[in-house]
Every structure is written in structure tokens, then in C-alpha cells.
Write a protein of this length. Structure first.
Length: 152
């Protein structure tokens, strides 16, 4: 071997370009991982809110069967998740709620009909999640697709 090759081998370090390329690759992998994690957390929070709405709707339907009325003094679940920081605030809609998908108006909550809403505390692509006494579901954000927000 010549002295030139021995000197390169003895140095054994990375060039600045190799380090920059390596850092860029690591940065891209971290960015993809963080975006995937945040998307997963948003979908998990939305699934918990949907579950709470369905549970409350079923309870209100059972109450209506027993008493003939959907009126209730207070909901047993007012946030999702139930413990810790709320991602959604859950309540009965006191006024009619216009849904973006499907394009219908959900009724205000009365003794004979109800609409439950889960309003996101932060940003959510679906907006508020809705479910009514008839089992119809909807979302309020313009451009949101029901199939993405209420998957079957």
C-alpha cells in the first residue's frame, strides 16, 4: 500500500459531507416518526370520544325506554378521555347543530330527541363529533369526511 492510502485509513473519520448526509437522513426519519405518532394520538383521542358518545347515547335511549323522556339532569361523562386532560368536551346540544357530513341539521336536545356533541379542545380535522337519538352520526368541520371521522 502506498503512504496515501495508509494516511486515509489511519485518519478513519467521516467527512463533513458524510456527516451532513447522515444527519439529514436521521432528521427525516425523526420527522416521519413524530408525524406518525401525532396522527396516531389524534385518532386515539377521536376514538375515545366516539366511544363515549355511543355509550351516552345508549344510556339515554335506555332512559327513554324507562321514563319516556331523554331529559337528564347531567351527563355522567363530560369529557374524553374521562381522566386527565380533556381532548373533547362532551355535552347535549342545546341548539340545532349543522353537520358538514352528512349535510343535515341535528336537532336540539329536548325530552323527545337529543344530539350529543364532542367538541375538540384543540384543533381537529373533523371538528365536533355528533350523534343523535336516531343513531345518526356527523361531523361539523367543513371538508371533513364522515368515513374518516366515524369509521365503521
Amino acid at each position: 500500500m502506498t503512504a496515501k492510502f495508509r494516511a486515509v485509513r489511519a485518519n478513519g473519520g467521516f467527512t463533513a459531507i458524510e456527516l451532513v448526509v447522515g444527519l439529514v437522513i436521521v432528521g427525516l426519519l425523526v420527522a416521519v416518526a413524530v408525524a406518525s405518532f401525532l396522527d396516531h394520538m389524534e385518532r386515539k383521542a377521536r376514538a375515545q370520544a366516539r366511544s363515549a358518545l355511543v355509550e351516552l347515547a345508549e344510556g339515554l335511549r335506555m332512559q327513554h325506554t324507562r321514563t319516556g323522556s331523554f331529559e337528564i339532569a347531567g351527563l355522567p361523562i363530560t369529557q374524553s378521555p374521562r381522566e386527565g386532560d380533556a381532548a373533547y368536551a362532551i355535552s347535549l346540544a342545546r341548539t340545532p347543530m349543522a353537520a358538514a357530513d352528512p349535510n343535515i341539521v341535528f336537532p336540539a336536545s329536548t325530552a323527545q330527541e337529543f344530539t350529543l356533541q364532542a367538541v375538540p379542545v384543540g384543533e381537529d380535522a373533523c371538528g365536533s363529533l355528533l350523534i343523535d337519538h336516531a343513531g345518526r352520526v356527523g361531523v361539523t368541520a367543513p371538508g371533513a369526511k364522515l368515513v374518516d371521522c366515524w369509521p365503521r
